[in-house]
Design a protein around this ligand. Structure first.
Ligand code: DOR
Length: 463
């Protein structure tokens, strides 16, 4: 099919596609445009005034809606294998598409951990025919597999290497400088890091052991626990030129530091660090607000927003980390850190757009173009000819209340229960397949492994 011809329609021919999206305001790299889209074979094949020139198997009337490039959430924990009472790949990805998310990067702190090719293959096999959105899986970086990370990170379906410098949930930990340097040296893809200083966390745990007061969570896992670890790993990356991604940055001090170290470093923030503040969140939610790194006082939240405005932040990731309400009800600090977030990432951030804290275009940059750019994703991240037809259609004027009932996660709760927001995902399209229509699940789970521009090594792996 010649898209120029299709686009120009000089010939007056009627073209046919599998999906047409008409009448919406489309966020393209050129900005917001009132154009239509045609999708065929999973890709965008035409953009423009298509009405009357195209027919389709399925047509979505997007009048009054904004059509965004599919949201990519590059930090989720879907707990499979081994912790599926909390979450699994089917429920996790179903929550994703109901929340307008079309692609996810899933974390390695499952049981068993994702350390080897066989672990990655097991996740790829488990996702096939059960995932509602597209997916990739991180390989955990540790002393046991450091030497093999260069080959492991280039396996198809791999999102790169993830390192935990501080204990959070699960046994994956690399806190020793020798091991960290080994991990940094063995690989060339952007590596992602949970930066909290293990030694300092150990030293300070007695504070909360004594009080059992969750309001002290940010005091235990304090600013220096995050800053010291961030400075350590950024220095190692700069020494070797290794590209680094610092996950869920939560402090003003780290943002000031990172603003001066952006040469090989990219930065993620989460909706909960942008939306909640201590001590109010702990007084209201108790351990349901308990995350690692912690939600902190208002001055930190303000600094994160400043960093978004200044371009220090590259992506927003949810850190979807479900634990059951029974587990969360354990006395603090035995209660696990983590909350659901993949389904609420977009509604919560659209509400911030509505409040004027960031533009819709900036949100698209942080949730689609940004992840594609920094992780080298092939064919995703923008609405353009030839790109995957991953589309998130939102109603910017819709007012909705987020409730636990809406949450698809096997843990079935959200810290935003009862929150009224403006802006809501209405339709979700994954590679041309409509999987959510009028806020309801349709179709079938046909997610595929996300392709990367730089993973040539296709030996012995079926995706
Ligand atoms: O709060 C958290 N929970 N932070 C993490 O880094 C891990 C996550 C989990 O897996 O539960």
């Amino acid at each position: 099919m010649n898209s120029e011809v299709a686009e120009k329609f000089g010939g007056g021919t009627i073209e046919h596609a599998s999906l047409l999206v008409v009448g919406g305001t489309v966020l393209t790299p050129n900005g917001a445009e009132r154009i239509d889209l045609a999708c065929q074979g999973g890709r965008i094949v035409a953009l423009g005034a298509l009405k009357g020139h195209w027919t389709a198997d399925t047509t979505i009337d997007a009048t009054g809606l904004h059509v965004l490039p599919g949201v990519i959430d590059s930090q989720v924990h879907f707990r499979e294998p081994g912790l599926t009472h909390k979450e699994d790949l089917e429920a996790g990805t179903r929550g994703a598409v109901l929340g307008g998310v079309t692609g996810v990067f899933e974390m390695p702190n499952t049981n068993p951990l994702t350390l080897w090719q066989a672990d990655l293959q097991a996740k790829l096999d488990a996702a096939k025919g059960r995932a509602w959105c597209d997916y990739a899986f991180y390989i955990g970086g540790s002393g046991v597999n450091a030497e093999q990370l260069q080959s492991l990170e280039s396996l198809p379906g791999c999102a790169g290497v993830k390192v935990f410098m501080g204990s959070s949930f699960g046994d994956l930990l690399a806190d020793d400088d020798t091991v960290l340097r080994q991990i940094v040296r063995h690989g060339c893809r952007r590596m992602s890091v949970h930066a909290e200083d293990e030694g300092r966390l150990k030293e300070r745990r007695s504070i909360v052991e004594a009080s059992g007061d969750v309001c002290q969570h940010p005091e235990w896992r304090d600013v220096d626990s995050a800053l010291l670890a961030t400075q350590r790993i950024v220095t190692m990356a700069e020494d070797t030129g290794r590209r680094l991604h610092v996950l869920h940055v939560s402090t003003a001090e780290e943002m000031q530091y990172l603003a001066r170290h952006k040469r090989c470093v990219t930065v993620e923030v989460t909706p909960h660090h942008l939306t909640m503040a201590a001590p109010e969140c702990y007084q209201r939610l108790g351990s349901l607000a308990q995350m690692n790194p912690p939600v902190r006082e208002q001055r930190h939240q303000d600094a994160l927003w400043e960093a978004i405005r200044k371009g220090v932040v590259d992506v927003i990731g949810s850190d979807h980390a479900p634990h059951t309400l029974t587990e969360k009800a354990k006395p603090y600090p035995q209660s696990p850190s983590g909350m659901t977030g993949v389904q609420t990432l977009l509604p919560v951030m659209l509400d911030h757009v509505h409040a004027g804290r960031l533009s819709l275009q900036r949100l698209v940059d942080l949730t689609s173009a940004g992840p594609a750019r920094i992780f080298g994703i092939e064919g995703k991240g923008r609405i353009a000819l030839g790109y995957d037809a991953d589309l998130t259609l939102v109603d910017l004027a819709a007012r909705r209340t987020i409730t636990n009932d809406w949450i698809a996660s096997r843990s079935s709760w959200t810290p935003y229960d009862g929150k009224v927001v403006t802006g809501w995902p209405v339709h979700t399209v994954v590679r041309g397949q409509v999987v959510v229509r009028d806020e309801a699940l349709v179709g079938a789970p046909e997610g595929q492994a996300i392709r990367f521009l730089e993973t040539p090594d296709t030996k012995n792996v079926t995706v």
